[in-house]
Design a protein around this ligand. Structure first.
Ligand code: IPE
Ligand code: IPE
Ligand code: MG
Length: 261
């Protein structure tokens, strides 16, 4: 994706001592970065606040991350906002999150217009409260003509549910003769996932130090590089993003082969 280098340099001007824009190769920025935004609750609890305050603070970190991604020239940014397992949380927290998704999306639509960002959702939206569902549909409609970065928000997303859904759809297509069972290959499976048409993430970032996937993009992350930071999500910022890209660029991606030394 096109980037404005002068704007990017200005954006990254006041660098902390350990990182600067010149530490990364702008020609090798990952095209799709995915983030498990974790640690909102602990961030709030450490400050003696209600967990909900952590989710609210997390919105600011997400806004900065979208801007950073656009300025770095990513083709796609995807983020895990609510898992199929997160319904197990107290009803009050679930309600707050659903409300926050709806109000935030309405508030941030001008940013998506300004930055030419196209919105996508990963997950089963049918199960969402009507207001949240309606706002999401509006976001999809209003940004469908945008040609810039894809911003994919995973809400009511679970990777196992996604794969089971793909299996059902493919089985239906076999039963009705649309495709032959022998034609089911990796590409056919990928085309039935929520991420259809998107490249797999090259870099996965998880905040709050947890070393697990929590049912996120199990298929799509097959060869993705991982970067885990102890930072809680509300503290995540453009500098930590750069540290993640720097770590990514230092990796030797072999994809099962060997690299000539
Ligand atoms: C991530 O923060 C946000 C969601 C899962 C919605 P958490 O709410 O999981 O925060 P911790 O992990 O409890 O600190
Ligand atoms: C993963 O975080 C889901 C999201 C970030 C939306 P969780 O906080 O739900 O994951 P676990 O429970 O620690 O595995
Ligand atoms: Mg968590």
């Amino acid at each position: 994706m096109q980037r404005d280098e002068a704007l990017l340099r200005e954006y990254y001007a006041a660098a902390p001592a350990d990182i600067s824009l010149s530490d990364i190769d702008l020609e090798r920025v990952p095209s799709h970065v995915s983030i498990i935004m974790d640690g909102n609750g602990r961030w709030a609890q450490a400050r003696g606040l209600d967990r909900s305050k952590g989710h609210v603070a997390g919105v600011d970190a997400l806004r900065e991350t979208v801007t950073t991604s656009v300025r770095l020239g990513l083709d796609a940014l995807s983020v895990y906002a609510f898992s199929t397992e997160n319904w197990r949380r107290p009803q009050r927290e679930v309600d707050l999150l659903m409300h926050l998704f709806a109000t935030t999306l309405v508030k941030e639509l001008p940013l998506f217009h300004q930055e030419n960002v196209r919105l996508r959702f990963l997950g089963d939206l049918e199960a969402l409260p009507k207001k949240t569902y309606d706002v999401f549909q509006r976001g999809l409609d209003e940004t469908s003509g945008h040609t810039g970065m894809i911003f994919a928000l995973a809400v009511n997303y679970g990777s196992r549910a996604e794969i089971a859904r793909a299996c059902r759809q493919i089985a239906d297509e076999v039963a009705t003769g649309i495709i032959d069972a022998s034609a089911i290959d990796e590409q056919v499976v990928a085309e039935h996932l929520y991420t259809t048409g998107m490249p797999d993430p090259e870099l996965l970032i998880r905040t709050s130090g947890e070393l697990r996937l929590s049912n996120y993009l199990l298929w799509q992350l097959a060869y993705t590089e991982f970067y885990v930071t102890d930072m809680m999500w509300p503290d995540f910022n453009r500098w930590e993003f750069l540290r993640a890209v720097r770590a990514f660029q230092s990796r030797n991606r072999r994809f099962g082969g060997v690299v000539a030394s």
